[in-house]
Design a binder for this molecule. Sequence first.
Ligand SMILES: NC(=O)c1ccc[n+]([C@@H]2O[C@H](COP(=O)([O-])OP(=O)(O)OC[C@H]3O[C@@H](n4cnc5c(N)ncnc54)[C@H](OP(=O)(O)O)[C@@H]3O)[C@@H](O)[C@H]2O)c1
Length: 198
Amino acid sequence: MTYSIIGSGAIGGALAKRFAEAGVDALIANSRGPETLSEIVGASNGRLQAVPLDEALGADVVILAVPFDAVSEAVKGAKEWNGRVVVDATNAIKFPEFKPADLQGRASTDIVAEAVPGARVVKAFNTLPAAVLASDPREGKSTRVVFLSGNDPDARRVISSLIFSLKFAPVDLGSIAQSLHLQQFGSPLVGPSFLKQA
Ligand SMILES: NC(=O)c1ccc[n+]([C@@H]2O[C@H](COP(=O)([O-])OP(=O)(O)OC[C@H]3O[C@@H](n4cnc5c(N)ncnc54)[C@H](OP(=O)(O)O)[C@@H]3O)[C@@H](O)[C@H]2O)c1
């Protein structure tokens, strides 16, 4: 299984740290090119490889850690998705108010899914502030929870397994419709950090 992280800002950088510390290999790309990623790669114990965006979009699992409004532009160089898994870590936020964007009642992940036709989309890594996501998921005997949801049960299993490999505790909320009022920006699970007790 190959993984890539698209975006090297707050969330992309936090994920890069978790991949590196958990010993999971990943490609990483941003809008400015691999030469701008030497710091992240240098701190990754050899786990991260900086590549051009088009190459990163070819991974089995592609994690989108870019602004919601940038998703279409970020993925436009992808070849056929062919059932590959896309992880939507974005939040649809209206700036500068920092309020949920008005999506006319639609789930933001359904809008992301339209940009990646043929991919199986799972929402994950969007609920924790970046600094919390970057930090050690283990607190004493407890483990930080990462929520996920998506319409394809097998894709959810793939991402649950990745979350577990990154040393978090996955909590599967079911389909995108089921998670809409829990995991989308503005919902109760976005912001707080939950710990699963041993
Ligand atoms: N920050 C948080 O605490 C937090 C928490 C949960 C969820 N989120 C969500 O996570 C996503 C990323 O947030 P962030 O705070 O990490 O943002 P950020 O720090 O501004 O980083 C955004 C990253 O996206 C990349 N990017 C933008 N347009 C791109 C394009 N067309 N192609 C490729 N890469 C592109 C940027 O590339 P360059 O580096 O080349 O500019 C940058 O690395 C957002 O949707 C946000 O709502 C953020």
